[in-house]
Design a protein around this ligand. Structure first.
Ligand SMILES: *[C@@H]1O[C@H](CO)[C@@H](O)[C@H](O)[C@H]1NC(C)=O
Ligand SMILES: *[C@@H]1O[C@H](CO)[C@@H](O)[C@H](O)[C@H]1NC(C)=O
Ligand SMILES: *[C@@H]1O[C@H](CO)[C@@H](O)[C@H](O)[C@H]1NC(C)=O
Ligand SMILES: *[C@@H]1O[C@H](CO)[C@@H](O)[C@H](O)[C@H]1NC(C)=O
Length: 618
């Protein structure tokens, strides 16, 4: 129904025009609304068909539909206007030259016999005098402050529409105020708190008059300059390098204006040769002393300043403290002696000890409950830090002290008329004078034995292990029986051992045989245990009175239970020999260095290395 109602006027119009064609005039061409740039020439077209010869065509226009022309004659007030076109074709086009702003308005072309067509609107576009003006934010602003910007258009007709853009992104823009007097438009922008992200933002004010084909929009931009305090980000907060390599410590700074960077080392000074280049501290050759925390501080005059930290860890091979003495002299029989090896390295090295050229190993510190002569030897401190790199340092332990007369027979039985040999094994450092022998006969009378005595021979063998003094009594007689005392003395003291000589075939000795045999039987069991632990050098059983078993030849070590060793540390109750028993394969420890020929003065030189100087001899 609606469509039909709208169609009715058209149907009527068509009908009337058909009628008019028959008897009246009608529009051949109607003026059209248009826009034109100021100063150009425009032609508004208007043409009729079927006009009577004398019928007048009127143009009316601004201001207020004044009559511009009648037929082909133009009012004198409109000197830039002309009516053009072929009269024969009923054309009454209005030409306006050098159009001006006041030409803007509605135009009407009509004749009396034709109902006037709707008005055509001519818009004369006057371009803006220039791009809009932005005021505010002329200088740098600080983060946190507010921003107030104002954009004003300059001239132009029709007055432009203004809009804000951030880069290419339109910003919500309030309707522009119209200044009716100067025809200026103005928009504002207010940001209560600027952030560092606003720095460098390209804020544009676009003025658009709406006739893109005639005048281009004009744009004015302002790049925001926002100053903000520095912030630091550290890409690698911890750096690991091997000693000798180069390292670059980097702190990235974000700030405006540019910040100055300062590097410091916490609790120290910057490595020599380090170069600060911009955001990076370059250390061309890292030393182990360069490990630590480095601080970067950025400052650009705005508070607060920013700091960052980079931890530098330098890996370096182990190194044993070189101040450790290469030779340590300890006193025989000293208790609780320990030797500590100090080594540096990163990662922290594992430190152990071993007896040189053996597989015997101990934890650090090397510890002995009691010093004996067999402790003497070369020990090696081993420091490893990654299982591959290791360093060693040798320390010689030199044991000095009073003589130590070790086991061996304390009862010798010989048939009358035979030869008796009495052995005395002495270890001492320094080497003592010749051993002294004293014979205490069965009547408790003591005689100093001299090689000159009849039938007596005193010989001495010196080996690397010590000295053995032997008394040989040939053609033993009953009265030669008794106790033979071997005594060794050096500057530290003396030790002695008693050996009973029993001569068989004499009544007096019979009593002795019985009594001694009882002792022998009683002690046999204990001696058996000792034998099990004995090594080829049986002298480790010194001071054991029950070690009176016959001189046993060397034999292989019996296997030992595991618990014989105290795990976890190098401490053992009875010195190094117990540890050595761990060697199932019977590996022998190296022989202690020869004590032969060592004189007292030479030893004296090493006394500074004594672990406990208060135990020095007078
Ligand atoms: C400016 O003109 C508009 C209409 O064009 C009118 O509504 C407004 O009140 C005028 N403003 C001033 C300040 O004259
Ligand atoms: C402009 O845009 C940038 C990036 O999109 C944004 O970080 C900034 O805050 C914006 N600034 C303003 C004033 O809108
Ligand atoms: C800012 O933005 C405007 C409009 O997008 C652009 O014409 C102008 O070149 C930009 N200015 C800068 C410095 O990028
Ligand atoms: C550190 O920087 C310097 C210079 O840029 C470069 O030659 C060197 O290879 C860098 N070192 C490391 C470990 O990245």
């Amino acid at each position: 129904m609606d469509a039909l109602a709208r169609a009715i006027p058209w149907i009527l119009l068509l009908w009337t025009s058909v009628l008019q064609q028959a008897e009246c005039a009608y529009y051949q061409s109607r003026p059209q609304s248009t826009a034109v740039l100021q100063g150009e020439t425009i032609v508004l077209s208007c043409a009729f068909r079927g006009l009577q010869k004398d019928e007048a065509v009127l143009w009316e226009g601004p201001p207020n539909y004044r009559i511009i022309s009648n037929g082909r004659s133009v009012s004198r007030a409109f000197n830039r206007h002309r009516v053009v076109g072929k009269p024969s074709r009923g054309e009454f086009n209005l030409e306006i030259q050098d159009v001006q702003r006041e030409d803007t308005g509605g135009y009407r072309c009509s004749t009396l016999s034709v109902e006037a067509a709707s008005d055509a609107v001519l818009t004369v576009v006057v371009p803006m005098e220039g791009p809009p003006d932005i005021t505010g934010a002329e200088t740098s602003l600080e983060a946190g402050s507010e921003l107030y910007l104002r954009c004003k258009s300059r001239g132009g007709f029709p007055a432009p529409r203004l809009a804000w853009y951030n880069g290419t992104r339109p910003l919500p823009t309030s309707e522009s105020d119209e200044d009716n007097v100067s025809e200026q438009r103005m928009i504002e922008m207010f940001i209560p708190r600027l952030t560092k992200w606003d720095n460098g933002a390209n804020l544009s004010c676009v003025a658009d008059q709406g006739y893109l084909k005639i005048v281009k929009p004009r744009t004015t931009s302002r790049i925001l300059r926002v100053n903000y305090p520095p912030t630091i980000s550290v890409p690698s907060p911890s750096i690991h390098v091997k000693e000798g390599q180069s390292a670059n410590l980097t702190c990235y700074v974000d700030s405006n204006p540019r910040a100055d960077m300062t590097w410091t080392k916490m609790g120290g000074v910057l490595p020599t040769g380090s170069i600060q280049r911009d955001k990076t501290l370059q250390i061309p050759r890292v030393s182990k002393l360069d490990s630590g925390v480095y601080r970067c501080e950025a400052e650009n005059g705005m508070s607060p300043t920013a700091t960052g930290a980079v931890t530098l860890e330098v890996f370096y091979p182990p190194k044993i403290d070189s101040s450790m003495d290469a030779k340590v002299t300890v006193l025989f029989n000293q208790d609780d002696f320990s030797l500590k090896c100090q080594a540096d390295g990163n990662p922290k090295p594992h430190i152990r000890w071993r007896r040189k050229d053996t597989a015997l190993r101990w934890e650090n510190p090397l510890r002995f409950h009691r010093i004996r002569y067999d402790v003497e030897g070369i020990y090696q401190c081993i420091a490893t830090n990654d299982g591959v790199q290791y360093v060693t340092r040798d320390v010689e332990i030199d044991v000095v002290g009073q003589p130590d007369i070790r086991g061996g027979q304390s009862l010798v039985t010989v048939n009358s008329g035979g030869t008796a040999r009495l052995y005395c094994d002495i270890v001492a450092d320094p080497v003592p004078e010749k051993a002294k022998w004293v014979w205490r006969n069965n009547q408790e009378a003591e005689t100093i034995l001299l090689p000159t005595n009849n039938g007596i021979m005193i010989t001495e063998h010196t080996t690397e292990e010590g000295t053995t003094s032997i008394v040989t009594v040939q053609e033993v007689r009953e009265e030669d029986g008794g106790v033979y005392i071997c005594k060794a003395t050096n500057m530290f003291g003396s030790d002695q051992k008693e050996i009973r000589l029993n001569v068989k075939g004499s009544r007096s000795s019979l009593v002795a045989i019985i009594s001694v045999s009882v002792v022998v039987i009683v002690l046999a069991a204990a001696a058996l245990v000792g034998v099990l632990f004995a090594k080829r050098r049986g002298w480790i059983f010194r001071n054991t009175p029950q070690g009176n078993s016959v001189r046993t030849p060397s034999r292989p070590m019996p296997p030992l239970p595991k618990h014989a060793r105290k795990p976890g540390h190098g401490t053992n109750d009875s010195g190094v020999e117990d540890l050595e028993l761990q060697e199932m394969d019977g590996t022998l420890k190296p022989r202690p260095p020869s004590r032969v020929g060592k004189d007292w003065a030479a030893i004296g030189l090493t006394y500074g290395g004594l672990a406990h100087t208060n135990t020095l001899p007078p």
